[in-house]
Design a protein around this ligand. Structure first.
Ligand SMILES: O=C(CO)COP(=O)(O)O
Ligand SMILES: O=C[C@H](O)COP(=O)(O)O
Ligand SMILES: [Zn+2]
Ligand SMILES: [Zn+2]
Length: 309
């Protein structure tokens, strides 16, 4: 099975009322943990690479690791660029063999976002690659740029329809109250489901994407803090809300922070409990196992994409 696009994946997910997990990858252990879980659960997978990940690992290493994951598992896997900020990085990834790219023009005014998205769609579609765009602005941290809650804006449903029609984009990330990182809510978690419902009704059959969708499970935060970490007050999107969104046209759910927490908690614990151990395979192996368990949990208990490969 070669790399696939998300076209058919999203269609099946939309009709089935479930979502496909899009997991951020940065190194071999993360990739192996994710695909081992995907294989055991027979789930379709989206592996996404940010600009920061490309810088950290070098593009060729990530691409070859994902190729290895496909050869190893035989799963349908989408290789996706996460938050491409301009045409050039999207083009580089299309040319590099990615099957999906995100052009994130959400920080630009509406007309500019349309123009830049159209340019990417044109280039990508000619080469059989699908495109995700973003409308509305999420709060939180992205590539070290902090968008404050005041600067964040929710997606306007009328604009979403116009945006999709004019750009020809394949999926759209919407802002309904989620945010990137481990600090998503100060008080009670709340998402604007009325807005989501409106968008879904006005764009029937069209796949939507939810960014900033980590749950920040308390046991992992507690474990980080117990073994020398300091991440007080972290809070994410409750699992029930993610399940609800998956039944409302959201076909792709982005998860990065929960992987980071799983890996960090397990590495901290391993090193704290085994102070004389210095073989990186031991603690990175513990990190890989934790990633695998986290992804299995997401696939089975939150996304509902188990058995859908
Ligand atoms: O949206 C994301 C990647 O694009 C990840 O969101 P989290 O920070 O909630 O994991
Ligand atoms: O949305 C952002 C993702 O979590 C990727 O984060 P990063 O830019 O630090 O790799
Ligand atoms: Zn964005
Ligand atoms: Zn994101």
């Amino acid at each position: 099975m070669p790399l696939v696009t998300s076209k058919e994946m999203f269609q099946k997910a939309y009709e089935g009322g479930y979502a496909v997990g899009a997991f951020n990858v940065n190194n071999m252990e993360i990739i192996q943990g994710i695909v081992e879980a995907g294989k055991e659960e027979n789930a379709p997978l989206i592996l996404q690479v940010s600009a920061g990940a490309r810088k950290y690992a070098k593009p060729v290493y990530l691409r070859k690791l994902v190729e290895a994951a496909i050869e190893d598992t035989g799963l349908p896997i989408v290789l996706h660029l996460d938050h491409g900020e301009n045409f050039e990085i999207c083009k580089a990834c299309v040319d590099d063999g990615f099957t999906s790219v995100m052009i994130d023009g959400s920080k630009h005014p509406f007309e500019e976002n349309i123009a830049i998205t159209k340019q990417v769609v044109e280039y990508a579609h000619e080469r059989g690659v699908v495109v995700e765009a973003e409308l509305g602005k999420l709060a939180g941290i992205e590539d070290n740029v902090k968008v404050t809650e005041r600067e964040a804006t929710f997606t306007d449903p009328d604009q979403a329809v116009e945006f999709v029609e004019r750009t020809g984009v394949d999926s759209l990330a919407v802002a309904i109250g989620t945010s990137h990182g481990a600090y998503k809510f100060k008080g009670e978690p709340k998402l604007d489901f009325e807005r989501l419902e409106k968008i879904t009704k006005m764009l029937p059959g069209f796949p939507l994407v939810l960014h900033g969708a980590s749950t920040v499970l308390p046991e992992f935060v507690e474990s980080c803090n117990k073994y020398g970490g300091s991440i007080p007050g972290a809070k994410g999107v409750p699992e029930e809300m993610l399940k609800k969104a998956a039944g409302m046209g959201v076909c792709k759910i982005n998860i990065d922070t929960d992987l980071r927490l799983a890996m960090t908690a397990s590495v901290r614990k391993y090193l704290a409990e085994n102070p004389s151990e210095f073989d990186p395979r031991k603690y990175l192996g513990a990190g890989r196992d934790a990633i695998k368990e986290m992804v299995r949990h997401k696939i089975k208990n939150v996304l509902g994409c188990n058995g859908k490969a």
